[in-house]
Design a protein around this ligand. Structure first.
Ligand code: GLU
Length: 317
């Protein structure tokens, strides 16, 4: 049996904030505590916003926290060949169609009375060959979408429990020819031997579409654990506007940032400064995933648990 792998897959489009770092720490703990390899993959599909400077900064932050990874860091932009092979296989199976809609058209149609917000309204699904040729001749670049049939996918999430959701006609190749995120992520996870996906719960809603894609490609489905994001004290997802939220902005003291993250995971008491190795010892198998949403109190520079596992007591000792 080859050893499985876990991974952290940031987009190198800016410095990692506490929420990203917390997800990285949990993914690392999960992989290392189960004897898996831990991989870092740079999701740099967007060539405009991605930069090597951010990539270096993100890797330096992970290293400063004591999170190590196996092998070379992989970049999605080096793997387009593999992605295009999968796109070609889906197209050969009649499972794709060109979509000429702009982002705004999709949003408008989805917010119409019979539209479903967040879902592709199907505008281009059944265009005739003549209309397609006309649109293409008019110079509208086409994205490629997956043809789905309102299937629903059920999966077990280790944090969220049983989840059921609709699959969507997701874009698998953008209209600039670049492989789209959903396609790249499942192809890369599979190719890299990732069998446990630990990531932020903002991605849970699109997981049914990713699982559907994996099944169409005849690939195994990994285990999923979608962990809560860190929130700012206004209850919104942590972001730049919440003030000092990156390791550098917080003074660069990796030990205190690791401690704050550990408190938010129920793995340390507020006055402790555990090492990464100590956290690994405390991380239980199977993971209890008990700690709920974490709130970053920017004014006090401290992490609080939205829903403490056991009356706020640290666990795992
Ligand atoms: N690259 C994605 C992000 O930075 C994460 C993708 C994933 O973990 O599947 O949000």
């Amino acid at each position: 049996m080859p050893v499985g792998a876990g991974r952290f897959a940031p987009s190198p489009t800016g410095p990692l904030h506490l929420g990203n770092l917390r997800t990285a720490l949990v993914a690392w703990l999960d992989a290392r505590s189960s004897g898996r390899r831990f991989l870092v993959r740079m999701e740099d599909l967007d060539r405009v916003t991605s930069s090597p400077v951010h990539e270096r900064g993100q890797l330096a932050d992970l290293a400063a926290l004591g999170l190590d990874w196996d092998g070379e860091v992989v970049r999605q932009s080096d793997r387009f060949g593999l992605h295009h092979e999968a796109i070609a296989a889906l197209t050969a199976a009649g499972l794709t169609y060109p979509c000429f809609c702009t982002r705004r058209e999709v949003l408008e149609a989805a917010s119409a009375p019979h539209g479903v917000p967040g879902r592709y309204p199907g505008t281009c699904r059944n265009l005739g060959a003549a209309t397609r040729a006309e649109r293409a001749a008019a110079g509208r670049p086409a994205a490629l979408r997956l043809r789905t049939d309102a299937e629903t996918v059920r999966f077990h999430d280790e944090v969220l429990g049983d989840v059921e959701g609709p699959v969507d006609d997701i874009v698998i190749r953008r209209n600039d020819g670049v492989p789209a995120y959903h396609l790249a992520v499942v192809v890369d996870d599979n190719d890299q031997g990732v069998d446990r996906v630990v990531r932020g719960d903002d991605l849970a809603a699109t997981t049914p579409s990713q699982i559907h894609l994996l099944r169409l490609l005849g690939k195994p489905v990994p285990a999923y654990a979608h962990v809560p994001l860190v929130l700012g004290d206004d209850g919104e997802r942590l972001a730049k506007r919440h003030g000092a939220v990156t390791l550098a902005q917080l003074g660069g003291d990796a030990g205190s940032v690791r401690a704050a993250l550990a408190v938010s995971l129920g793995l340390a008491a507020p006055d402790e400064r555990p090492t990464a190795a100590e956290l690994l010892e405390r991380f239980e198998r199977p993971p209890r995933w008990g700690a709920g949403a974490a709130v970053w109190r920017s004014r006090r520079s401290e992490m609080a648990l939205g829903a403490p596992p056991e009356c706020g007591e640290p666990r795992g000792r």
